[in-house]
Design a protein around this ligand. Structure first.
Ligand SMILES: Nc1nc2c(c(=O)[nH]1)N[C@H]1C(S)=C(S)[C@@H](COP(=O)(O)O)O[C@H]1N2
Ligand SMILES: [Mo]
Length: 199
């Protein structure tokens, strides 16, 4: 053990390479909402995808729960600089929702209860990169964190992970969402530190 140093197997090393530039790790889970927390009931919940030709596909709660459920553990990064490692969620991959949706659109505008929106290239919602999640850490997702269902797109800053998600419109052109239209970066990659328009 020539190179043994105390703490080598300790906390700092465990997350090496997993903290994007300008971020700090936190154990807590802050709540960041632009408005009041809406109370969304699973009994009346539904989620719709509308294509560029106006075709609408929708799922109610039971139909969503009947789709393949996945457990995932991911790191999340907020543009306000906190990162949280190994968050665990259960939900449905966007791939499952998009399976029967015919589209040639390149962009998605995500809509939430309450009017919040956020935009992403459609390819960032496919191939196992995005989920609709209803469970956090083994419990029903709380209303403050977007329950009963939020989008989770961990490869982007967390403002792209729309809480209380209710629909996605697929569009040929990129349309900025709520924060993207007032100065947040259009794409929001934490590893390239794309926080604002000037990044
Ligand atoms: N519908 C909706 N989704 C939202 C927001 C919001 O205000 N409304 N805030 C975004 C921002 S800026 C962040 S950082 C994360 C915060 O998620 P949290 O409150 O679960 O930490 O949610 C994102 N999703
Ligand atoms: Mo945020």
């Amino acid at each position: 053990m020539d190179n043994f140093s105390p703490g080598f197997h300790g906390r700092t090393n465990r997350f090496e390479g997993r903290l994007p530039p300008g971020q700090y790790p936190t154990e807590s889970f802050p709540v960041l909402s632009a408005g009041p927390t809406p109370r969304v009931l699973t009994e009346t919940w539904d989620f719709g995808i509308t294509t560029e030709s106006g075709q609408r596909h929708s799922w109610d709660w039971d139909q969503m729960m009947a789709l393949p459920q996945e457990d995932l553990t991911v790191d999340i990064h907020c543009v306000t600089r906190w990162s949280k490692f190994d968050t665990s969620w259960r939900g449905v991959s966007l791939d499952a929702f998009l399976e029967d949706v015919e589209t040639s659109a390149d962009f998605a505008l995500v809509h939430s209860e309450g009017g919040y929106t956020t935009n992403l290239p459609l390819e960032d919602l496919t191939d196992g990169k995005a989920w609709l999640v209803h469970t956090f850490d083994g419990y029903d997702l709380s209303p403050e964190h977007g329950g009963p269902v939020r989008l989770l797109v961990p490869q982007h800053y967390l403002w792209k992970s729309a809480k209380w998600v209710k629909g996605i419109s697929l569009t040929p052109q990129d349309e900025p969402g709520f924060w993207e239209s007032v100065g947040y970066h259009d794409y929001g990659d934490p590893w390239r530190e794309q926080r604002t328009w000037s990044d």
